[in-house]
Design a protein around this ligand. Structure first.
Ligand code: ATP
Ligand code: PRP
Ligand code: MG
Length: 290
């Protein structure tokens, strides 16, 4: 009898770099751990039918398209540049950055027409060509693999098109950002012809990822309020269904429990204080099943 028939999903992850740590963190939080070490490029997971392939991020889109891996985690920038059609099943919210055009800070920028006839260095020639074609700009796109920001300083190009996050690499190279062409974040991409049994594993994995994502974007809040303020406070706090209200040992007071979204957090806290809430405690949520 063949003991190897159990279906395993293969996921392509970045070997090392900006995407690696967050990708591994998400897997670990989802209870999927890999036995890695000694430079191994393939690793089995403990506790879930998944195998990881550790690759350069540039190779992830094609590896998933060819079906060598069933799915992968890759930056939207790299996904669009490579141009392979894959299903985007989840936007992961990490490795957030943008692809921008930048020029020497001493230059006077006159709008996108500035780039006409100029030489622009980039590792993303296809995305840039599409942008220039749409704007009817005729520029010389010069592809280089890395250290793009030094190109104008060494006389290799007039401008650059590259990843920007804080902008400090641009500043360090006396460049200024003049146009944002796209925003990017890590994507979970899947081969379009995934077999049914693999889809089932994928869905279990997505369920776990959703729980991890929801927990990190929400906080549990506990507070005390005089009973005559409970109604107003409950209207500020939505909660997963509705807030829990429990009597305190002290007569005339209640304890209110709820869940707040991270991005509404400070606004909600200010409103709670203004409506008489006291002893507010904010607690991280380990996992959240919606
Ligand atoms: N400064 C940054 N801030 C946020 N996200 C970034 C930043 N730089 C890159 N990224 C995102 O992370 C992805 C991987 O970046 P990294 O610098 O590790 O790539 P790389 O050098 O091409 O790695 P590899 O060796 O795998 O080819 C990028 O494609 C982009 O989506
Ligand atoms: O706007 P910033 O916050 O400065 O980030 C932008 C820089 O980050 C990335 O490089 P990274 O630091 O990953 O080094 P790399 O060139 O080795 O990939 C990217 O290639 C930019 O150069
Ligand atoms: Mg790369």
């Amino acid at each position: 009898m063949n003991m190897d028939t159990e279906t395993t999903l293969r996921i392509a992850l970045q070997k090392k770099g900006r995407l690696h740590d967050d990708s591994m963190g998400l897997m670990k939080e989802s209870g999927i751990k890999f036995n890695i070490g000694n430079g191994r490029l393939v690793a089995q997971s403990t506790g879930f039918p998944v195998e990881a392939l550790f690759l350069r991020d540039d190779d992830i889109p094609q590896t998933v398209f060819d079906g060598v891996a069933d799915m992968g985690v890759v930056g939207e920038n790299e996904y669009l540049e490579k141009g392979y059609e894959l299903d985007i099943v989840k936007r992961l919210g990490f490795s957030k950055c943008r692809l921008s055009l930048a020029i020497p800070k001493s230059e006077h920028y006159t709008g996108v027409g500035w780039f006409d006839g100029k030489k622009v260095a980039t590792s993303y020639p296809k995305i840039l060509k599409k942008f220039f074609d749409e704007k009817k700009i005729k520029a010389d796109i010069h592809e280089i693999a890395g250290s793009v920001e030094i190109a104008p300083g060494i006389g290799l190009a007039d401008a650059i098109f590259d990843i920007v996050s804080s902008g400090s690499t641009l500043v360090a190279n006396s460049l200024k950002e003049v146009a944002v062409v796209m925003k990017s974040e890590a994507l979970l991409v899947v081969n379009k012809n995934l077999e049914a049994d693999k889809k089932e594993i994928l869905n279990q994995m997505l369920f776990r990822f959703d729980a991890v994502q929801a927990s990190s974007s929400n906080k549990y809040v506990l507070l005390n309020a005089p009973n005559d303020k409970v109604k107003e406070i409950v209207s500020i706090l939505p909660g997963m269904k509705s807030p829990t209200v429990l009597p305190l040992a002290e007569e005339g007071w209640s304890s209110i429990h709820s869940v707040i979204q991270e991005d509404q957090f400070w606004d909600v806290i200010d409103q709670l204080k203004a409506n008489g809430a006291q002893g507010i405690l904010i607690i991280p949520i380990e996992k959240m099943i919606l």
